[in-house]
Design a protein around this ligand. Structure first.
Ligand SMILES: Nc1ncnc2c1ncn2[C@@H]1O[C@H](COP(=O)(O)OP(=O)(O)OP(=O)(O)O)[C@@H](O)[C@H]1O
Length: 121
C-alpha cells in the first residue's frame, strides 16, 4: 500500500515537472479547465462528459509521453542525429493528432449546446 502511495506521489511530481517545464503542457491544461468550466455551465449529458474527458485525457497523457521521449532523446543523444529528430518529431505528431481530434470532438459536443444558448437570446 505504501509503495502504491509512493508511486502515485512520483507520478504526480512528474506531472508537476512537465507543467513547470513544458509550455504546451500548460496550454493543454488551461484549455481543459476552460472546456470543463464551459461544459459545466452548458450541462452536458453523461455520454458527452465521457467522450470529452477521454479526449482531454488523451491529449494530456500524450503530451506527458512526448515530454518523456524528449527527455530520453536529450539524454541518449545530446548531439544532433536524424533518429533523434525522427523520435522527437514523431512523438510531437502524436500529440498533434490527438489535439486535432480533441478540438473536433469539443466542437461537435459543445457546438450544438452553444447554438441552443445563442438561439435563446
Ligand atoms: N538531438 C537532436 N537531433 C536532431 N534534431 C533534433 C534534436 N533535438 C531536437 N531536434 C529537432 O528540434 C525540434 C525541437 O526539439 P526540442 O523541442 O527538443 O528543442 P531543441 O531543438 O532540443 O532545443 P531546445 O531544447 O533548446 O528548445 C525537434 O522536433 C527536432 O526536429
Amino acid at each position: 500500500m505504501l509503495k502504491f502511495i509512493q508511486s502515485i506521489g512520483l507520478s504526480w511530481s512528474g506531472i508537476r515537472l512537465a507543467l513547470r517545464t513544458e509550455p504546451h503542457m500548460r496550454f493543454h491544461l488551461i484549455s481543459a479547465i476552460i472546456v470543463t468550466t464551459v461544459s459545466l455551465l452548458l450541462g452536458l449529458n453523461r455520454l458527452e462528459w465521457i467522450v470529452l474527458i477521454l479526449a482531454m485525457a488523451m491529449v494530456i497523457a500524450l503530451e506527458l509521453l512526448n515530454t518523456a521521449i524528449e527527455n530520453v532523446v536529450d539524454l541518449v543523444s545530446p548531439e544532433r542525429h536524424p533518429l533523434a529528430k525522427a523520435a522527437k518529431d514523431t512523438a510531437a505528431g502524436a500529440v498533434l493528432a490527438a489535439a486535432i481530434a480533441a478540438a473536433i470532438i469539443g466542437l461537435l459536443i459543445l457546438g450544438p449546446h452553444l447554438m441552443d444558448v445563442i438561439r435563446r437570446f
